[in-house]
Design a binder for this molecule. Sequence first.
Ligand code: ATP
Length: 376
Amino acid sequence: MPIVEVEQLAKTFRSRERASGLAQSLQSFVAPRYRTREAVKHISFSLEAGEVLAFIGPNGAGKSTTIKMLTGILHPTAGKAQVLGFTPWQQRRQLAYHISSVFGQKSQLWYHLPPQDTFNLLARIYELDMAEYRKRRDFLIEVFDIADYIHTPARKLSLGERMRCELAAAFLHKPRIVFLDEPTIGLDVIAKQRIRDLIGLLNVEEGVTVFLTSHDAGDVEQVCRRAVVINHGEIILDESVAILKRDYLKAKTIDLQLAENVESLTTTDHDPQSRLQMKLATPAFAQEGIQVLKAQGHSLTLEIDTSRCPLEPVIASIMQQQHILDMTISDPPMEKIIASIYGEQREKASSTTHTQVEEVGQQQARAEGELLYEDV
Ligand SMILES: Nc1ncnc2c1ncn2[C@@H]1O[C@H](COP(=O)(O)OP(=O)(O)OP(=O)(O)O)[C@@H](O)[C@H]1O
């Protein structure tokens, strides 16, 4: 049975337009003008206990607005939502005991207090049994590896350290659902990986349901099992991450700094992997799922379509032949991924419309044929 049920949920913001200049300011004072924005447009989906959902979309798509409605911070304009049997915006206090939220861009820790003090305050707020709380806190301090700075004021922590404390704080009262809004934003690769591992661990160990938004394809790939894609306030895709990976998250960009000049990369070797060198300059290179995005001086940037060409052999091949000074592997920006999903959905929709038109035409022709036949 779903623990989150969303039906035709919508939110429209109405904000007053600011006028510039004295005359217009006076006019807007007398007759204010309003601008409306449909941030979320009648979305429906549900979530089962223990799921790890990526709720993804470009800037301004409506992700945070949806989270705010599901956590009871915002009232919707229309539609229904049930989270653990509660209507969030009507039963926010009751719901708060069972859920948690972490906003990567906004700290929940008291800025001047050490995390330990924030934890103690949260224990009081959530009315936790003190002995239970201490056990839980010590467990989380160990799992999140935050013992070294639990007594340091939050303002003095690095972003990665703070995020681990934020997450530990969010898990103190054993929430059944955690809403994570960009939990890895601004973190370096290692800190991101740690956060992803910790979210995964708590999902497996405690069965916590995770509702995660992120602009980082790595978060989606490594943490989530299902993805709901929202664009302009509308859900355009609800798919397993395995399918998303196969169809849309297949491009990886490899940025290399080589000891040798890139122009010297030529070979006549016919071994499929070492052909890489020779093919850097040929169009055939692109056909095998490897595209040279940049080859200049000592820098080489490749885009690999992992559905056609696995990443490891390409890297192994380059490493065999080249002295690599530096290498970064990155995912395409979320905006690019969403744009390709959106493009494909529109194509599908228009081909469905064509097919429907054709079918209607065929049905009409059949009906006419039948009529003609009857007439005859
Ligand atoms: N309080 C508000 N008043 C007016 N408009 C708002 C308000 N909050 C959000 N919006 C608008 O609603 C739309 C959706 O915003 P939302 O913050 O949900 O997007 P998002 O998907 O979380 O984007 P991002 O990835 O940039 O955080 C945006 O166009 C935004 O400008």
